[in-house]
Design a protein around this ligand. Structure first.
Ligand SMILES: Nc1nc2c(ncn2[C@@H]2O[C@H](COP(=O)(O)OP(=O)(O)OP(=O)(O)O)[C@@H](O)[C@H]2O)c(=O)[nH]1
Ligand SMILES: [Mg+2]
Length: 336
């Protein structure tokens, strides 16, 4: 075609040629279309670019689907404990420090961004039970690990950590909201599915303002509330992950958000239950749900249960549909 192509166009073309992923291809094709001189001689080229762009969009879709199905980078972390809470946020916010403070896990903590490369779980104690926390790589305007959406969707709670120790905290916070906009996975005040479209899910989220020990932290928080209105609706906590300020109220709120119920089991021959190791079920779960957790055969073999608890007389005989209450002591009677 006729010349007079701009340097910007040629650069985009070169980048397109060197693209390693469908995403990159799409991006540079779009720049090419934007940069190509719009006149009669380039009409054919413009048409072709448009066709390429729609093909690239399909390719991006295909690669994302493949990644979802396990073709891409993904890290399966089995659920453990009373529930799962995933910690997300911009670089250097203190996500890994938080995991180190709350659990026995020892993730790398460093004073520079992009330290964490892969999700890392740890178990946070709450009284006699544990909640699973997952530390994750940072989200930036340019990149978010695609598997993070699955983690957010699958979690009982999201902690969205914001850096009050740095003036970039506000921008980083806005970038995370921007990244999550438009998709089918959303942060919400409560967890649930969208009433209009059940494909769209919300995961309960807390804003966690970290590094309140830093100078000017409160000023940064006020600015953030003003300039990042997306953050306003969520329940929020001010903490210092290094010094420990605000940690205990957050620990309690995390546990409460798991909607877990602790039950203590004992065998019919035991006088006292095993008080050290409660099982956790979800609010509304029945004694049969507990049986299933203990052994898959127990559901079929279940005969009846006996319960000691606040809502029932000591040793009350119950059927499989008995809804467990926090602190219940339970005896399962199963066919041998
Ligand atoms: N003053 C202060 N510094 C903190 C606090 N929490 C974390 N830091 C520091 O902030 C820096 C980053 O902490 P990390 O836990 O590595 O941050 P991160 O969010 O995991 O960072 P990426 O893995 O890069 O996303 C480290 O130097 C921490 O010591 C805090 O509460 N107060
Ligand atoms: Mg980290």
């Amino acid at each position: 075609m006729a010349a007079n192509l701009t340097p910007q166009y040629l650069k985009a073309e070169e980048n397109y040629r060197r693209s390693q992923t469908p995403e990159e291809e799409l991006r540079w094709l779009q720049v090419m279309l934007a940069e190509i001189p719009k006149h009669k001689a380039s009409e054919k080229m413009q048409m072709m670019l448009k066709t390429k762009i729609s093909e690239a969009k399909k390719a991006v879709e295909v690669s994302r689907t493949a990644a979802k199905k396990g073709g891409g980078r993904s890290f399966k972390i089995p659920r453990q404990g009373a529930g799962t809470c995933v910690v997300i946020g911009g670089p250097n916010a203190g996500k890994s420090q938080f995991l180190a403070t709350m659990t026995n896990a020892r993730p790398e903590v460093a004073p520079y961004p992009f330290t964490t490369q892969q999700p890392t779980p740890g178990m946070m104690p709450w009284r006699d039970v544990f909640v699973q926390l997952i530390d994750t790589p940072p989200i930036t305007p340019d990149f978010m690990e695609p598997y993070l959406l699955g983690y957010i969707r699958g979690a009982d709670l999201v902690l969205f950590m914001v850096d009050l120790g740095d003036d970039d905290g506000i921008e980083q916070c806005a970038a995370v909201f921007e990244r999550l906009r438009g998709g089918k996975t959303h942060l919400g005040k409560e967890s649930g599915l969208d009433e209009e479209d059940v494909g769209v899910s919300y995961t309960k989220t807390f804003m966690v303002f970290n590094k309140i020990d830093a100078p000017d932290a409160q000023e940064r928080k006020s600015l953030l509330m003003e300039f990042c209105p997306d953050a306003a609706p969520f329940q929020s906590f001010d903490i210092s992950a290094t010094r420990g300020d605000g940690i205990e109220p957050l620990r309690d709120a995390i546990y409460e958000s798991m909607h877990a119920v602790r039950v203590y089991t004992k065998s019919p021959t035991q006088k006292e239950p095993d008080r050290d190791k409660p099982f956790t079920v979800r609010e509304g779960d029945t004694i049969l749900d507990l049986a299933a957790q203990i052994h898959k055969d127990y559901v079929e073999k279940f005969k009846f249960g006996r319960v000691w608890g606040e809502a029932v007389h000591d040793g009350t005989v119950v059927k499989g549909d008995y809804v467990l209450r926090d602190g219940d002591v339970v005896e399962l009677h199963v066919a041998m």
